[in-house]
Design a protein around this ligand. Structure first.
Ligand SMILES: [Zn+2]
Length: 509
């Protein structure tokens, strides 16, 4: 027995000789509905793009029903036509703070490595910042702490002394969530998660959190080390799981973050409380003396926070600015690396360790670029987590906007606050069932926009100090925007002519 062709084989499983006729009949039954929808969509597109682009009675041009490029598709989930302008504006709002930090760090590096290695007013050599991408400068924070005579806020020695294990770290993290009235990790989580590096096999150790979508099974995979960084990561990953648990009863289509930035922000909001010296004292990981009010300890603490939270902002922003322009053809393949370093220099104020060319492809060294994972969510998260922090701290009575000297935002700890917990829960349980501004408004007293004012407020005492210190040392403040010649000329000038002009409108957003 054989089939006459592949189509016959595919139809065979429907167990009838008249399958072709039956589906044709089904199509005729639903066609009137489709025709109504088609006519409606055609009329709407005609209104938007003009009568010369869409005919009154003919077929709809297919490209108008699609995204203009991959960048438009990535921006679509942010539910606004002006996402590009909004993130550009956010970056402008935090830039003055970043420029102060950058000028200070550049001067310190000049003192350490010499005036011939680090210029007084140009970009900073990226390889001096303690991280392969210069995206987080806290690995070299000892160079930059303003008050060197103060005790370290690193908890690693205490973790070792108290014989901490991975499980204990996870239990301590869980206790933070439950102290606010949020959900404990379910039994399956404890039985099935991997929280230590297995001895018998190699695994991908990059920490991640998983929702198995049956409303019961949620896990973390992490090769936990007894360091401060990993202690923070435990809370970050558990934040993802807490979000999964809170929205588990939503329809499966809505079991997701309100927008991609929200998911990354949940655990970080918790971490903003966890890492305060005040909290570390409470859980016995720093000595009582570290919790005393001391403006110098405060400055050191804010500096170490800024070296990861503020230093990251331009990097988090520029990755997708570069990719959006690649996707729309504004950056051609003969200029990939040149345009990359132009952004790195102009936005982040860093330069490569040596002269680069188009024979190099430096963007490819960042995981998210070859893996094609959108990156703007991290920038969004680093902005909105401070909005959430401010909202929850206000609810907890831990922050007083009228008296920030007595109760400053950076010192707030929402541990054990049921009020903050209930508010957080109310937002998290919505998942993606409503537009994200509605979800945000649940906790931000009606504020429906991404807004960097909370971040600026959090770092205000450090910014004041940086401004004074930079002024005192006559630091040049215009250095970031100056684009030095970091590149050899591209070899192939012809190829850039083939680049397609960007589409005029991003209709698909
Ligand atoms: Zn994450």
């Amino acid at each position: 027995m054989d089939f006459s062709d592949m189509g016959a084989m595919w139809r065979y499983v429907y167990e009838t000789d008249t399958f072709e006729e039956e589906v044709a009949e089904l199509w005729e039954t639903v066609r009137p509905l489709y025709e109504q929808l088609h006519a409606y969509v055609r009329r709407k597109l005609r209104e938007k793009y003009g009568v010369d682009k869409v005919s009154a009675d003919g077929p709809i041009p297919a490209h108008l029903l699609d995204f203009s490029d991959m960048g438009a598709m990535w921006r679509y989930v942010y539910e606004t036509d002006t996402f590009e302008e909004e993130v550009a504006e956010l970056w402008e709002t935090v830039r003055p703070l970043y420029e102060q930090l950058h000028a200070y760090v550049r001067r310190k590096l000049r003192e350490k490595y010499g005036v011939d290695k680090v210029s007084a007013d140009g970009p900073i050599p990226a390889h001096l910042l303690g991280d392969m991408w210069a995206q987080d400068w806290s690995n070299v924070k000892d160079l930059f702490l303003p008050c060197k005579n103060k005790p370290s806020l690193d908890i690693a020695p205490a973790l070792r002394k108290q014989n901490y294990t991975a499980e204990r770290m996870f239990r301590v993290s869980e206790e933070f969530f439950t102290s606010m009235g949020l959900s404990p990790m379910p039994e399956k989580f404890w039985n099935l998660s991997i929280i230590e590096k297995p001895k018998d096999r190699a695994i991908i150790c990059h920490a991640s959190a998983w929702d198995f979508c049956d409303s019961k099974d949620f896990r973390i995979k992490q090769c936990t080390d007894m360091t401060m960084e990993d202690f923070v990561t435990v809370h970050h990953e558990m934040g993802h799981v807490e979000y999964y648990i809170q929205y588990k009863d939503q329809h499966i289509a809505f079991r997701d973050g309100a927008n991609p930035g929200f998911h990354e922000a949940v655990g970080d909001v918790i971490s903003l409380s966890v890492v305060t010296p005040k909290h570390m004292v409470k859980i016995g990981l720093l000595p009582e003396s570290a919790g005393k009010k001391d403006s110098e300890v405060d400055l050191n603490y804010l500096m170490s926070q800024a070296l990861s939270k503020v230093a990251f902002l331009p990097f988090g922003y520029l990755i997708d600015v570069w990719r959006w322009n690649v996707f729309r053809g504004k950056i051609s393949s003969s200029h990939y690396n040149c345009e990359w370093w132009k952004l790195r220099s102009e936005v982040q104020g860093v330069q490569p360790p040596n002269i680069r060319s188009e024979e190099d492809f430096d963007p490819g060294a960042k995981y998210h670029i070859p893996a094609n994972v959108p990156y703007m969510s991290y920038f969004v998260s680093f902005i909105i987590q401070f909005q959430f922090h401010r909202a929850l701290c206000t609810a907890a009575g831990e922050y007083d906007p009228k008296n920030p000297l007595a109760k400053p935002l950076h010192d707030c700890d929402i541990y054990r606050s049921k009020k903050a917990g209930n508010l957080f829960k109310e937002m998290l349980r919505l998942g993606s069932s409503k537009p994200w501004p509605d979800v945000m408004a649940v906790i931000t007293e009606g504020n429906r926009r991404m807004d960097a004012s909370a971040l600026r407020e959090y770092f205000q005492p450090l910014e004041n100090w940086l401004r004074k210190d930079n002024k005192k040392h006559g630091a040049a403040m215009e250095g970031i925007a100056r684009h030095k010649n970091l590149m050899r000329e591209p070899r192939d000038e012809v190829e850039k002519e083939t680049a397609r002009a960007p589409s005029s409108s991003s209709h698909s957003q």
